[in-house]
Design a protein around this ligand. Structure first.
Ligand SMILES: Nc1nc2c(ncn2[C@@H]2O[C@H](COP(=O)(O)OP(=O)(O)O)[C@@H](O)[C@H]2O)c(=O)[nH]1
Ligand SMILES: [Mg+2]
Length: 282
């Protein structure tokens, strides 16, 4: 099988520049976190294009057997070995280990264009959001349409999004995208527990419930460049349902957490601009 380069690899239509100085003059450090499981073929172009944005590059690996960890280390990434429980557990480990004050999560399979990282990070640097999710509904997706399997994923994802919207008075469009940026202190305050990809919806529901400012920016999801998805609907279906019901119906924050500046988080974001979608409290 020939190796396919991600289709974003050669596009140079956007400047590969990231603004890290906030309105208060403070410089933010960005940790980019890449979960991997047997992604040696897909990883090099991803790491090459994320490096210019990163103050720290973490590859958190799920016991790959194809040399992913060695390759990541050769590329200069800090390599962590997850506990074998899944992508969610891997992200939790990376959240604890990361040193940057802004964390960016991007998949290793070529489905996310690293050139979208500046727009994910910008609302946090500008001080108008605490957590920014890429939205495939706003930016399009090659991965969610065409087959029955993809339809089931899209349908499930939209049901979860709708239920979060109507129970929390927000207007999210995508709550399960793996491509997102979040302040490190916020990610740690969420006290995440999910071991698999249900961690995405856990992050979103808890951010909303705790009053953190959530925003979305359009990001396109490409079909993975090579290999097969690790996602198996049948294997994770039950956990998606129980996790969704648990966080939606039963999980309540003990209290709204104070932001590090001492203020309680406001109930709506303000000042966001351009293609940023402030989802809070429509
Ligand atoms: N560390 C770690 N990464 C994983 C694991 N499972 C999947 N990944 C990575 O998580 C990302 C998303 O997984 P993928 O298989 O593409 O699933 P999909 O995008 O949901 O279809 C990819 O970068 C995978 O290599 C795991 O158990 N541990
Ligand atoms: Mg994928």
């Amino acid at each position: 099988m020939p190796i396919v380069q991600p289709c974003w690899y050669h596009s140079a239509d956007r400047p590969a520049r990231i603004e890290k100085i906030g309105p208060d003059g403070a410089r933010h450090a960005v940790s980019i976190i890449v979960p991997t499981r047997n992604e040696a073929i897909n990883l090099p172009p991803v790491l090459e294009l994320v490096w210019p944005f990163a103050d720290e590059l973490i590859v958190v690996d799920g016991h790959s057997t194809d040399g992913t960890r060695e390759l990541a280390a050769e590329c200069g990434a800090r390599v962590l070995l997850d506990n074998g429980k899944g992508k969610g557990a891997a992200l939790r480990m990376a959240i604890e280990a990361a040193q940057g004050d802004i964390l960016v999560f991007i998949d290793a399979d070529g489905s996310h264009d690293p050139r979208d990282i500046p727009s994910l990070v910008k609302p946090i640097v500008d001080g108008v959001a605490d957590h920014v999710s890429g939205s495939r509904m706003l930016g399009g997706s090659d991965e969610l349409h065409a087959t029955l399997h993809q339809f089931i994923r899209l349908f499930g994802s939209q049901m979860v999004t709708l239920s979060i919207n109507y129970t929390n008075n927000v207007r999210l469009t995508d709550c399960q995208n793996g491509f997102r940026a979040i302040r490190r202190d916020v990610a740690r305050a969420l006290d995440l527990h999910e071991n698999i990809t249900t961690i995405e919806q856990e992050m979103v529901i808890k951010s909303v419930r705790l009053g953190y400012r959530l925003a979305e920016v359009p990001t396109h999801e490409y079909a993975r460049a090579n290999g097969e998805s690790n996602f198996r609907v049948r294997k994770v279906f039950a956990r998606y349902i129980t996790s969704w019901l648990h966080y939606l119906l039963f999980w309540r924050p003990a209290r709204r957490l104070p932001r590090p500046d001492g203020e309680l988080t406001p109930s709506s974001s303000s000042g966001s601009s351009g293609s940023v979608n402030p989802v809070s409290h429509a």
